[in-house]
Design a protein around this ligand. Structure first.
Ligand SMILES: [Zn+2]
Length: 358
């Protein structure tokens, strides 16, 4: 079976490596530690050649252990749930954590012997994607580290930051995100603050992608109203199939379609399943179902992957990136033709990034 090169909308491998809390964590990634879902050797084997690498600030800094997952999966196995969100984190707490993750990513690039590149514009990404093992777009999931005067933003841009989600669900000075609730509309809570609208304008001026995943519906519409760029949800699914707060309603999909935007399909069971349950015993057929729905709605050019590898529980067939071959086989078996496969595996993401990051 043909392997398709993959570019993905969202992973949390930097969070996984950060939790190891040791200075040589970058070596674990480059040499392969066989933990979690992603490392360079396994990504190479799976032709997983790039993506948005998320920088996320955990809520509990006191004790960093594996159990400090941002959300509790056991609570998401119930028929209905609505998990309370952690408190806002101040920028002076968040910034050093973000800096450590940027250092980690920089070390991965530096010691990769040219195999890994942090890309800062579309052309560079396209070339790197052809030539290198791994091409990275640096993304901040939750803009806690950015201060109200935006002093940090320009400096973060200089480090290679090219994509920002104003919130990871938890509130920031820029807006509110969705709590993890099922079943529920994403229309929960207020929209962007005045600072949030200013952040969108700064992102537009600097050519930084704005990610609407995790925003509530009011915040989504505020981005739609204020951003000059196509609307992007890097890792969210169709609310019509799985009525979870993290997913996109048909009205939101209309707006994404109108702006020729992009949706990355998330592999986490709670955002795939009709019953919203976070269970690894989940059929990857559901990933195909979300793809079909989104392609019907948005067209072939506006859907890709937003795996959430190393950031969420995965269906059992996708216990690591090596499971991508099973998903590829399934999609081919369901009639996804070669042209469509190339589009959803990487072309659509590369095109929109080229459009925004000129
Ligand atoms: Zn996320």
């Amino acid at each position: 079976m043909e392997k398709y090169n993959t570019f993905d909308g969202h992973n949390d491998v930097l969070f996984r490596l950060y939790l190891k809390n040791h200075i040589l964590a970058y070596q674990d990634f480059l040499n392969g530690d066989n933990e979690g879902q992603l490392d360079l050797p396994r990504m190479k084997e799976a032709n997983f050649k790039g993506g948005f690498f998320a920088i996320y600030v955990p809520s509990q800094e006191a004790a960093i252990t594996d159990s400090d997952k941002p959300i509790k999966y056991d609570d998401m196995k119930k028929d209905q749930y609505s998990l309370p969100l952690p408190e806002l984190i101040e920028s002076d707490i968040a910034l050093p954590i973000v800096m450590r993750k940027i250092s980690l990513l920089s070390q991965i690039e530096k010691y990769s012997q040219g195999e890994v590149k942090i890309c800062t514009n579309g052309e560079e990404l396209e070339q790197s994607f052809q030539e290198r093992s791994l091409s990275v777009i640096m993304h901040i999931e939750g803009a806690e580290c950015i201060d109200e005067n935006f002093y940090n933003l320009e400096a973060l841009y200089r480090t290679g930051l090219r994509s920002i989600g104003p919130v990871w669900s938890r509130p920031t000075i820029f807006g509110e995100g969705v709590p993890f609730s099922f079943p529920s509309s994403p229309d929960v809570g207020g929209g962007l603050t005045d600072l949030g609208i200013e952040l969108i304008k700064h992102c537009n001026d600097l050519n930084i992608i704005v990610d609407t995943s995790h925003l509530n519906e009011k915040g989504f519409w505020d981005v739609a109203k204020n951003s000059i760029h196509p609307l992007i949800a890097t890792h969210s699914n169709a609310h019509a199939i799985c009525p979870h707060t993290r997913n996109l309603t048909d009205q939101q999909l209309d707006a994404i379609k109108d702006t020729k935007g992009m949706v990355g399909v998330n592999f986490a069971p709670a955002f795939l399943r009709k019953d919203g349950k976070m269970l690894s015993d989940t059929n990857i057929q559901l990933i195909a179902d979300h793809f079909k729905y989104l392609i019907d709605y948005l067209g072939e050019d506006h859907v890709g992957f937003g795996s959430d590898f190393d950031g969420a529980m995965m269906p059992k067939d996708l216990r690591s990136v090596l499971g991508m071959s099973k998903l590829t086989q399934l999609l081919v078996d369901q009639g996804f033709n070669d042209n469509l496969m190339h589009k959803i595996y990487h072309q659509n993401w590369l095109e929109i990034i080229k459009h925004i990051l000129k």
